[in-house]
Design a protein around this ligand. Structure first.
Ligand SMILES: Nc1ncnc2c1ncn2[C@@H]1O[C@H](COP(=O)(O)OP(=O)(O)OP(=O)(O)O)[C@@H](O)[C@H]1O
Length: 276
């Protein structure tokens, strides 16, 4: 791994990120995962350690099959590690700790968009007067206000994924886990949703762990980009991305630092993919 614990290193764009200030919101330590499949053992993750500070947006990029989804599922509590630990600091027990957004929109087909977005809040039996303004806010922020009473079958793929994102934010988890949420979208919808996510995140400053294949997506959205090696997935680099916010997706791509960082990450990934 490119060294991440140079405490005194100056923070330049793309420099090794210093450790997140304590206490971390998410602390991942020496995570190791082995799967048994058809009598053979597959090591998906090896000694992965990093922290995520409260309110930080961290993306993970890595070659296909390097264990990104496995790592996210372990953080979500859907998978148990073979060794190592994940600790999520729960600030407010009345709030859900984490919510996962998947690659495919996972809204309920039998509910309207509005009911889908309200789902997590309704499950907590919050009063309507508390639920309605939150739902209105996230329907508006994702441009779905005109479709509040539509059913998922009446929506495009991009709109369904917007509804998934709106539902996740409305649920108000302390940590948002996103597994390539825009991967199935066309390029235009992807950029629109990235811009919406930037806007919503700017308002909510949630702690986010975001998996993506796209270097551009990681750079546009994140405070830090973690680069993983080919399987078994290890942390190869942990880079700070300090472009000022609010960020405009296209303006950012013209920045010389953006091109430099993008190339730096691509060279690391290329090495991994070639060596895989
Ligand atoms: N339930 C499972 N049983 C056996 N092997 C598994 C299981 N889940 C994942 N794996 C293996 O673990 C490795 C990592 O998989 P994972 O899905 O985490 O990778 P990924 O980086 O998210 O891949 P991609 O970028 O292609 O989505 C792969 O070799 C995969 O085949």
């Amino acid at each position: 791994m490119l060294h991440a614990d140079a405490l005194d290193a100056p923070t330049r764009m793309g420099s090794e990120a210093p450790p997140a200030p304590a206490p971390a919101k998410v602390a991942i330590r020496e995570l190791h995962k082995e799967f048994q499949a058809a009598g053979a053992s597959v090591t998906a993750l090896q000694a992965c350690s990093f922290d995520i500070a409260e309110g930080e947006f961290v993306s993970i990029v890595g070659p296909s099959g390097c264990g990104k989804t496995t790592l996210l599922r372990i953080v979500a509590g859907l998978e148990t590690p073979t060794r190592g630990s994940v600790a999520l600091r729960h600030g407010n027990p009345a709030q859900p700790l984490s919510t996962l957004v998947f690659q495919e929109a996972s809204i309920f087909p039998w509910m309207t968009v509005r009911a889908n977005v309200a789902y997590g809040l309704a499950l907590r039996e919050l009063p309507r007067a508390q639920i309605d303004p939150v739902v209105d806010k996230f329907l508006a922020l994702t441009g779905l206000d005109r479709f509040a009473h539509a059913y998922p079958y009446q929506l495009s793929g991009g709109m369904k994924q917007r509804a998934s994102v709106a539902r996740a934010f409305a649920n108000d988890p302390e940590v948002l886990l996103m597994d390539e949420p825009f991967a199935a979208l066309d390029e235009q919808n992807k950029i629109l949703l990235q811009e919406e996510l930037l806007r919503i995140w700017g308002e909510t400053r949630k702690t986010v762990l975001f998996i993506t294949h796209s270097i551009d997506e990681a750079l546009v959205l994140s405070d830090r980009v973690i680069v993983m090696s080919a399987r078994p997935g290890r942390i190869k680099a942990d880079l700070r991305v300090s472009f000022p916010r609010p960020r405009a997706v296209f303006d950012l791509k013209g920045d010389p630092d953006y091109a430099r960082l993008s190339r730096e990450i691509w060279l690391m990934l290329r090495e991994e993919v070639r060596g895989a």
